[in-house]
Unconditional design. Structure first.
Length: 331
């Protein structure tokens, strides 16, 4: 192997790991190109969800999560990713250009890479055991290492966040376009390459105490007896940035990946919650009443212990690599 450049098999392996990243409704809105000495990430706007994500914020955050996944994958394979974010002002969908430096993989990054295939979005009720404070503190550190502010939302701020979640859900569910998108992207049939399968959607109520989860198509995932679980003690971690542009959203996606993989490594269950930030009014409510107007909210991540004896979640489908990876045309 040329130690100045990963071979194609290495790049394909890293991109395959990147494509395990979470994305809004598992839409996988990314496209990758292999260059002569680089790897490139592009937003795939053909996979935009206009009712759910009218500003495209969720799409860019999703791509940011894939960008962090590829960084972790490359590091585990012996390469440091040198990332140039938004490298081409004339092509705003060109989100990142990645160059490479040979390096020995560190144990921490290898551990994160092994979490990639194990990570799941868990929409079930969590256990009554709260996640350890020291783990939550480490999640905050992981986000801040990616240039993103993070805080565990508690007390009155949590009450305001829950109000925002309720209001956003009511607003979206009253919109026929939103309901149509939910039908299109959830409860997908076996063999689909995108969307949220019924096997990953809990059956029955999605109201966990005072937390209202997004309503998808009817699910098939059986939950443990809620009486045995007790009160859901999941924590809500809020990611925010100093501005609200695509660079901030890309960074927020990278921080999302870092938090999810760290939590998975610690044995915790996670679930990103974008709904309160998809509606202008409720996003402003979160900014003003939860963050005090200091920063711009980007994503909420629910973190907790899975219920006792909870069944492992199946992996959600992914698009074939041939559909998302190509070679850059050379001049």
């Amino acid at each position: 192997m040329d130690r100045g450049q990963p071979d194609e098999n290495t790049l394909r392996a890293a991109v395959a790991l990147a494509c395990r990243a979470p994305s809004v409704h598992n839409s996988q809105p990314w496209r990758w190109e292999i260059g002569a000495h680089s790897l490139h990430l592009h937003a795939d706007r053909t996979r935009t969800l206009p009712a759910v994500d009218p500003t495209g914020a969720d799409l860019v955050i999703s791509c940011g999560a894939a960008l962090h996944h590829v960084r972790v994958g490359l590091a585990a394979l012996g390469w440091r990713a040198v990332v140039h974010r938004l490298p081409n002002p004339g092509r705003p969908d060109h989100l990142a250009a990645i160059e490479f430096q040979a390096r020995e993989p560190g144990e921490a990054l290898v551990a994160l890479s092994t979490a990639i295939p194990r990570r799941r979005t868990d929409r079930r009720a969590f256990s009554s055991w709260p996640p350890p404070d020291e783990v939550l503190e480490q999640l905050v550190v992981r986000a801040r290492n990616e240039g993103v502010e993070a805080q565990v939302v508690t007390g009155r701020a949590r009450d305001e966040l829950l109000i925002a979640i309720d209001r956003a859900a009511a607003t979206q569910e009253a919109d026929p376009g939103y309901r149509n998108e939910i039908r299109q992207w959830s409860g997908v049939y076996p063999g689909a390459s995108a969307g949220v399968p019924a096997a990953n959607i809990p059956a029955g109520s999605h109201q966990y105490g005072n937390l209202r989860m997004r309503e998808f198509a009817p699910g098939e995932l059986i939950q443990a007896d809620r009486r045995l679980l007790g009160e859901d003690a999941g924590a809500l971690l809020l990611l925010s940035t100093s501005s609200d542009d695509d660079l901030s959203r890309l960074r927020a996606g990278e921080a999302t990946s870092a938090v999810l993989l760290e939590a998975t490594s610690a044995g915790l269950a996670t679930c990103p919650l974008s709904q309160p930030l998809e509606v202008v009014e409720t996003k402003e409510l979160v900014r003003d009443r939860v963050l005090g107007g200091a920063t711009c909210p980007q994503l909420v991540i629910r973190v907790g212990w899975a219920g006792f004896n909870a069944d492992p979640l199946p992996a959600t489908p992914r698009r074939p690599l041939i559909d998302v990876l190509s070679h850059q045309e050379q001049p």
